[in-house]
Each structure stands twice: as structure tokens, then as C-alpha cells.
Design a protein around this ligand. Sequence first.
Ligand code: 7TS
Length: 411
Amino acid sequence: MASSTPDWSAFRRDFPILNQQVHGHPLVYFDNAATSQKPRQVIDALVKYYEHDNANVHRGIHELSNRATNAYEGARKRAAQFINAASADEIVFTRGTTEAINLVATAWGNKFVKESDVILLTEMEHHSNIVPWQLLAERTGAKLRYLPITEDEHLLDLPKLDELLTPEVKIFSMVHISNALGVVNPVAELCARARKNGTVTLVDAAQSAGHCPLDVQEIGCDFLAVSGHKMCAPTGIGFLHGRAEILDQTPPYHGGGEMIATVDYFKSTWNKIPHKFEAGTPDISGPIGLHVAMDYLDAIGRDKLFQHDQELSQYAYDRLAEVSGTRLFGPKAGRAGLVSFLLDDVHAHDVVTIADRFGVALRGGHHCTQPLMKKLGVPSTARASFYFYNTTDEVDRLIEVVHEIKKFFGN
Ligand code: 7TS
């Protein structure tokens, strides 16, 4: 891990996409919470794989298949190390966080969740950590329950947890970093309280895995879900971490090749974890790209990266707060690398559309958190989300553009 403060703008050289004009202006890419850009190292690894090593995994005895298998399994080991999992067997490759949560809600949920059980979520969850549980609740008759957020800074209302975490709560599934608010939740504390109650835990690490150090043993969760594309890896790859003991008890999610030990016409037996959960030919280049992305991020140091995210978002928050008529969401301090805001009566989509004319890529909408938006009393927000290659100059540019938008709407 590098010891001095990195020259953040120097990383931009690794991201060819950032060096372009959009509508005649230099691109300012502030939509990293949706997906991050990919460094040349990751792109090169994909090209190298397809030019030299492409073959199916776990089947051939030929050289290329061995190479592909070693690379695929090497990425699994690297993913385990990246989050300090006890073993590579605890890493199941998935398309991303959404598929990881669906796997748990379906395979684990169908077996272990009963009508008398409660599924506890928080009011700031992404749809992908709500809808799979609603589907499970419909199948089983279990009830959903939500840990509320506070009125002022939209943090989890932790004192309420005591009354909500009753013996019926079978699973508590929680977001680590909120994609709509920038709140960083105390997941280790939440998991410890759940564990004492005999409640299984899942941490949605979609926004945190590539942005801050992550240690599943320290967090003490049973499951953790990660999306590679938000942390410099290609789209279509992510993983589920599950403690070996709980994965062993969980039945398969999808049936097909690879996930079996034996198949007869009427009965099959299952492969060991994690292969039991990886039916069919997997995404092979994805884990290879993910491996390089994890190396890239750790060469910077995720502790430093998080600090940069936090400094940039604090700077953006404070500068936006100076602009009259802005409404800001989430905490005033200690936020992750994103800021959600609204401007006077301007619709978030108009903010984003005009910002785009100036080359600034924001996101406007409900951010797949419709229940949260309802709670906040707004249909949508505009969101600027940062990564290590973003700079304070770019935030200054955003502020200039915000003033242009206000002028345009006569404010
Ligand atoms: N959980 C959180 C907290 C997220 O932010 C997202 C995606 C997901 C789960 C789903 O991840 P996926 O990779 O499976 O799609 N969030 C966003 C966003 O904020 N804008 O676009 C996608």
C-alpha cells in the first residue's frame, strides 16, 4: 500500500475515456455510483484473455482451458483476499449485487424463512435489496419490517433497532453505503446486534467495496454482496460472499452444468461450494477483469481512496450548500463520495439535462430508491457521485454549472 498521498489527477491517464469533450466541454464524469470507468489495465486484461487464453473453465484438460480455469479461480482467491473472507470457497461469482441478493433471498430464503418470520431492512435500501425480499415474503407469508431513518440527516435511527430486532427477525439485510444519501452505515455494529439476536445478516456492499477497506470477518456478516462494475471492473461480474457454514446449508439457486456432483434421470447431487451456486458456463473474462481492478485499487490503497472520496464529497456538499435555493440530502459530515441535491423548483431531470450540455455527467431520478424518495417527500434528486480520479477542479466546474442552471431557470 502506498504511504504518501497519491497524485489523484495522475490516475486519469489510466482512464482513456475521461479524456474527451462532451458537447464541446471537457467531460466531468460524476456518475460513478451508477458505474465507474475502467482503467486501461482492466481493458488490456480482457483483450489479452480473448487474444491468448479464451476457453471454457473446469472442463478441458488442454492448455487454454487450464489457463482460463487458473485465471478464473485465481480471481476468486483474490476476491476472498479483497474482503478478508476465510476461504475462496466463500466467494460465489454473480452478475453483481442484484443477483447476489436474489440468490440469498431465493435459495437461502426458500429453505429457512417461514410464515412467522420477519425480514428486517432499512428505509434507505436500493430496490435490489427490497424487491427480492418482497418476493420471498409473498412466497412464504413472512413480514417485512424497516429500520427508519432520522428526519434531519437521514441516518439510520439506531435507537429504534432494539424494538425492531425481535426474536422473529430471521434476516436483517442492510446497505453499507447509501447510493442516494451518501450515508455510511455502521454495519459491524448492526451485524453484532443481529448476531446476538440469532438473526442472519446480509450487507449490500455495492457502493462500498471499491471505495473503502472491507473486512467481512471484522464486519461479522453472514452474506455480503458486491458489484464489480462500480469498482473499475467490467459490467456483468460481481460476487456474493457467504460464510462457508451457511452456504453449505443453502440449496442451489440455478440448476445445470457445473453445479452438480452426479446426475441421474430422476435425482441429482450437488457439487461443493462455491460451484454449487455457479450453474452453466460463467462469465470468465469478468472475474479476470475484476482481479486486475482489485489489484489496481489496492495499489492505491482503499483507505486513501475513501479519504479522497470523503474530502471531495464534503467539498461538494459545502460548496452546494453555499448556493441559495439548494436542498441537500443526507449527513452534513462523514458522508461517502456522493451528494444528492435539488435546486429550487427545478426538476432533477432538468438539472441533469442541462449539466450534460456543459459536459457534466450527473444522475437524476429516484436512484432505484423509490420508497426512500417518498419518505424524503421528493420524486427524485440530482446526484453527483465521485471516484478517485475526480478532482476539486471538477467540483468547481459543477458549481459553475449549477449557477448556469439557476440562471437558465431565472433563479
Ligand atoms: N445496491 C446499491 C446500494 C446500489 O447502489 C446498487 C446500484 C445496487 C445495489 C445494484 O447493483 P447492480 O450492480 O446489481 O445493479 N446502484 C445504482 C445507482 O445508484 N445508479 O445506478 C445503479
